[in-house]
Design a protein around this ligand. Structure first.
Ligand SMILES: [Zn+2]
Length: 460
């Protein structure tokens, strides 16, 4: 048995691991490389292996850095099944279509600037639809055959809706687990990461192998505080948020806080067509909800993602109309890092009023408008014009969907150390993985291997 990582090895994007057993190949995830444009474009365009040699794909979850290159794999000769949970398939459809759409827009824009610009979208909506035809969906806890002699079981990874830890059982009795992205206990809506049975090998993520997050329990109260204070001074609350998961978490908290009268009843607008579509997917996948959602909403036949004061705006006219509202209200809009989309209009209209609050609930990468807001730069540029940042900026770090190092150690601590032969670390920058490797060894794990890109590792 041989493991080779063609992406997310000493980096955090492009997840793509290939496991070769008895001459057959299983790919775990096939994600997009993100970050520095020219380098990721080069990596995204080429596979370092022949896609037609892959027999099956297992998708751990539907973030773009895990599913974003599936249409290219299918378009280049992979004809096998893609196995995922039902929720992951639905979210992957949305993410891949959105990615195709963005690439199409980018190509048009670049060609407008330079008609012979070589940029070409990696795939279009047609390829996405063909890829969706190759999916086979399986619920958590149901074992299914992947290739001859190998079965797989999905356990809840507690990272985003539908996310799974994939555990493979081999004919010789050995078990190997792929963590995908490991979530955190206590995240809203979804269940906590599920404890898997004993395994011989674990391929584990280490995004935050050297970081600790604020406890998620703080998020709800911090949010209530910010909203109350802003409303008292007659301001608006603008929240840039990713369309999938973070937006639904915010809706869930706002619904709960409104019900419990912990915040004043304000009009709340989800102003992003993608977020509206994603919320519809969340609505139908009740099988992924945790106990609290059942307790607070389902038992009372209530929709956790729908209530009187919540509005999903789809048309541009409705979006523009929000700006005419004078009373305090809340706007949740994407993109999450304020790089494009309707959030830019809301920021432009509200950033110079000191009564308003910009609430930051997600990671803001370097060189994005989101980062400049988080750093409270006195002036920022939106649509080419300078605006003064007079609005309050509040940052909440409690929402992260990835386990921090304590949470990873806690999760791994629940495995049988006697049986566990080795942990392979992927999906992290060098600093994070080096630090996590040290911590795991100190915690008594026998063997830890930081995985290098395109390098073969023999198992057994
Ligand atoms: Zn993820």
């Amino acid at each position: 048995m041989k493991l080779t990582s063609y992406g997310a090895a000493r980096e955090v994007t492009g997840s793509n691991h290939v496991l070769e057993i008895n001459g057959k190949k299983i790919a775990i995830d096939c994600g997009m490389f993100q970050g520095h444009r020219i380098e990721s474009e080069r990596k995204n365009q080429n596979f370092l292996y022949d896609p037609s040699t892959i027999d099956a794909v297992i998708l751990t979850h539907a973030h773009c850095d895990h599913c974003g290159r599936l249409p290219m794999l299918c378009g280049n000769g992979f004809h096998g099944n893609i196995y995922s949970t039902p929720a992951s398939r639905d979210i992957a459809g949305l993410i891949m279509s959105d990615t195709a759409h963005i690439m199409q827009k980018d190509a048009e824009w670049l060609r407008k600037k330079r008609p012979d610009h070589p940029f070409k979208p990696l795939y279009g909506v047609d390829e996405v639809l063909k890829t969706l035809d190759q999916f086979m969906t399986i619920s958590y806890g149901r074992s299914f055959p992947v290739i001859d002699g190998v079965t797989c079981t999905f356990y809840d990874a507690g990272h985003i809706l539908g996310s799974a830890i994939a555990v493979l059982d081999l004919e010789n009795g050995e078990r190997i687990a792929f963590s995908g992205d490991l979530g955190r206990a206590g995240l809203p809506i979804i269940r906590d990461p599920e404890v898997i049975g004993d395994v011989d090998y674990m391929v584990c993520e280490g995004t935050y192998g050297n970081r600790l997050h604020d406890p998620i329990e703080d998020a709800e109260n911090q949010m209530a505080e910010v909203i109350k204070k802003t409303a008292e001074r007659g301001g608006k609350i603008i929240i840039p948020a990713f369309a999938v998961e973070r937006t639904q978490e915010l809706i869930y908290f706002l619904h709960k806080l409104t019900n419990e009268e912990k915040i004043p009843k304000l009009e709340i607008f989800v102003d992003s067509p993608m977020a509206t579509n994603a919320t519809s997917i969340f609505r139908v996948h009740q099988e992924c909800y945790d106990e609290k959602v059942r307790e607070h909403f389902l038992e009372a036949h209530k929709n956790p993602f729908g209530f009187d004061s919540l509005h999903f705006t789809t048309s541009v006219a409705d979006s523009k109309a929000i700006n005419k509202l004078k009373e305090p209200h809340i706007i949740i809009s994407s993109s999450g890092m304020c790089e494009a989309g309707r959030i830019l209009h809301h920021l432009k209209n509200n950033i110079e009023d000191a009564k308003n609050t910009i609430l930051i609930v997600g990671f803001m990468a370097a060189h994005t408008l989101g980062r400049r807001l988080a750093e409270r730069k006195p002036e920022v540029k939106i649509f080419g014009q300078i605006y003064k940042l007079n609005a309050q900026v509040k940052i909440m770090n409690a929402f992260s969907a990835h386990a921090d190092y304590n949470e990873i150690l806690d999760y791994v601590g629940k495995l049988n150390k006697e049986r566990l032969k080795k942990i392979f670390l992927v999906h992290g920058e060098d600093d994070a993985l080096n630090s996590l490797s040290k911590l795991l060894l100190e915690a008594g794990i026998k063997d830890v291997q930081i995985v290098d890109p395109a390098t073969d590792y023999e198992l057994t």
